[in-house]
Write a protein of this length. Structure first.
Length: 277
């Protein structure tokens, strides 16, 4: 018999400024690490005012994590120390493994609306110093499952026999779910994994309670998640699922390691100019 997951924790996004002055909504961060393991950070971008985001995220380092940048509307130019360069367009995703170290920049381009998110995934201790990688996921790489109630875009993992990409490290499932007005969906999930949903656009109903957009709902144990759109309203949410690491976290800005000593070593290498050598 299926066991529907109930809500363990509610996290409402709050306004924040990052990069060179990008206005965004920070949803997950320092005070959610333990509960949402292995998901470290979640930022949401949603603006129709270009000055909110055009300053972008100039060149900066990362180590010990993976960053997943997914766009619904707008365009983002990226470039990194591996020589990768290009544009992330609507429906596309950039999955970057920082591993032992990478430098990159992400610069939003002017658009009618800039809408998307960036999610940070922690890497396990044994893989934190792996070779950095860049994984470019184009809209045609995203699997699509559609019925009378919803459209599910499978960025990674699988849903009802439809596959997305297979990650190189953390085997995370990421679904972009669009619900039609007043419709509901039951999504199978792995019982042993950390699962949360993020309300990207529109309000949703879970357990009979209404949650506004830009809210993360961490779910308790179970093997399915049930979400509904409100009568007369559509809704769009992200479902993220991955096995927890249960490892210590030492976090310093763009670098996430397991100990303070490893963190200090990373910043020492940055100062010495040996971070990506």
């Amino acid at each position: 018999m299926k066991k529907t997951r109930t809500i363990a924790r509610i996290v409402k996004g709050t306004p924040a400024v990052d990069g060179a002055g990008v206005k965004l909504t920070r949803v997950l961060g320092g005070n959610t690490i333990e509960d949402f393991d292995p998901f470290l950070m979640l930022d949401s971008f949603d603006s129709t005012n270009p000055p909110d985001y055009l300053r972008g995220f100039p060149t900066h380092p990362h180590r010990g994590i993976e960053t997943i940048t997914y766009l619904v509307e707008g365009t983002l130019a990226h470039q990194d120390s591996l020589g990768n360069k290009g544009l992330i367009t609507p429906g596309a995703c950039q999955w970057m493994t920082a591993g032992r170290g990478i430098l990159h920049q992400e610069m939003p381009q002017e658009a009618e609306r800039f809408l998307g998110l960036q999610l940070w995934l922690n890497l396990p201790a044994a893989e934190k110093m792996t070779e950095p990688k860049y994984f470019d996921i184009q809209p045609e790489d995203v699997g699509v499952a559609q019925d009378s109630c919803a459209t599910v875009r499978v960025i990674s993992g699988s849903y009802e026999g439809v596959d997305g990409v297979k990650p190189h490290h953390i085997q995370a499932t990421l679904l972009d779910v669009s619900l039609k007005e007043g419709q509901s969906i039951e999504i199978p999930v792995k019982e042993e994994e950390t699962v949360f949903i993020f309300t990207l656009l529109g309000d949703v109903m879970v357990e009979g309670e209404i949650f506004n957009q830009k809210t993360a709902l961490l779910m308790k144990d179970g093997d399915q998640v049930e979400v509904s759109a409100l009568p007369g309203q559509t809704a769009r949410f992200i479902l993220a699922s991955a096995p927890a690491l249960h490892e210590p976290v030492a976090w310093g800005g763009p670098i996430v390691m397991n100990t303070r000593e490893e963190l200090q070593q990373a910043f020492s290498e940055l100062r010495a100019g040996t971070f990506i050598n």
